[in-house]
Write a protein that binds this ligand. Structure first.
Ligand code: GRG
Length: 290
């Protein structure tokens, strides 16, 4: 697939996700509108990874995977809202518009995160049949987004005590970002009832992809443009954050990003041709500008 094909693929895959998200946030109560504000504008990489994995593993019923894909996006959006709060990364601009706390105030932003987190699990439990698989999804996701994963990664990320070295950097990237990307791929495989060894292989490949994702996020903080990113570049640098360019320099970070892309690509290729969509997404992440 060419660069254009991957952009077309991601654009097309985003449409039903956005449609479903809109549906899940319609006609409930006024607070859903407030939460929905923060959902608007994301790339939808995590839901697309879940759907791509479901389809590559032979899944055919979008009603099985869509609530789960959207649930992942809700948790991701929650993490962005809380990340932007003054007590955390303190950013006023997200997804091309005012961050939730700027638009609605801090209390509503905190509650939006809380609400999105709970609503995600309601969506995980929805969907056609597959009770055992849905429980596996709930277990897998709650394990990686909570205190063993994203929340832990965030505690390290905001800590002033972390030494600027490769081991600390890896721990932050692994927990804050890679596990969530990997579990998105894993959820699709679970819902398509893939065999457990394959689910685990896909998770490992997803970890390499997730490490790459955070590398390019760190690199874009240095070289990215505000309009394209929809968030403020240069913030990590200004705050003296522990990022890949801070540890390895920009060229070193780019070199290592390419290395993670190679590892992800090798792993996905080794799983067979039907997973080639993940090679193309990996290359997109390596070269992304937003
Ligand atoms: C709710 C899981 C959870 C955690 C609360 C605040 C917090 C603890 C964690 C923040 C973790 C964080 C912000 C990690 C960075 C991950 C990352 C690279 C985000 C950017 O993702 P994109 O580029 O954003 O996919 P869009 O806007 O396109 O969806």
């Amino acid at each position: 697939m060419t660069d254009m094909d991957v952009v077309k693929y991601l654009t097309e895959k985003k449409v039903p996700v956005d449609r479903a998200l809109k549906k899940y946030f319609s006609d409930i109560n006024a607070f859903f509108e407030i939460m929905y504000y923060s959902i608007g504008g994301g790339k939808r990489i995590r839901p697309i990874l879940a759907i791509a994995s479901y389809e590559a593993n032979g899944g055919k019923d979008s009603k099985q995977i869509m609530p789960i894909a959207c649930g992942l996006e809700l948790i991701h959006t929650y993490s962005l809202i809380h990340d932007d709060l003054p007590a955390m990364d303190d950013d006023d601009f997200r997804r091309g518009k005012a961050a939730a706390h700027k638009k609605f105030g801090e209390a509503m932003a905190i509650l939006s995160g809380d609400g999105l987190f709970a609503h995600a699990f309601e969506l995980f439990a929805q969907g056609n049949g597959l009770v055992k698989e849905k429980l596996m999804v709930i277990k897998a996701v709650s394990e990686v987004v909570g205190p063993k994963g994203v929340v832990y990664g965030q505690t390290l990320d905001i800590s002033k005590e972390m030494s600027h070295n490769p081991v600390s950097l890896r721990r932050i990237h692994f927990n804050k970002t890679a596990k969530f990307i990997a579990v998105s791929v894993k959820c699709g495989a679970i819902m398509a009832q893939a065999p457990v060894p394959l689910i685990n292989e896909l998770y490992t490949a997803g970890i390499y992809m997730g490490m790459l994702f955070q590398y390019t996020d760190d690199i874009l903080d240095v070289v990215g443009e505000k309009e394209k990113l929809g968030k403020t570049p240069g913030k990590d640098l200004a705050a003296g954050k522990l990022t890949a360019p801070a540890v390895y320099g920009l060229d070193g970070a780019m070199f290592r990003a390419r290395r993670y892309a190679e590892l992800a690509n090798q792993k996905f290729s080794g799983l067979g041709k039907r997973f080639s969509v993940f090679n193309m997404i990996t290359d997109f992440i390596l070269h992304r500008t937003f």
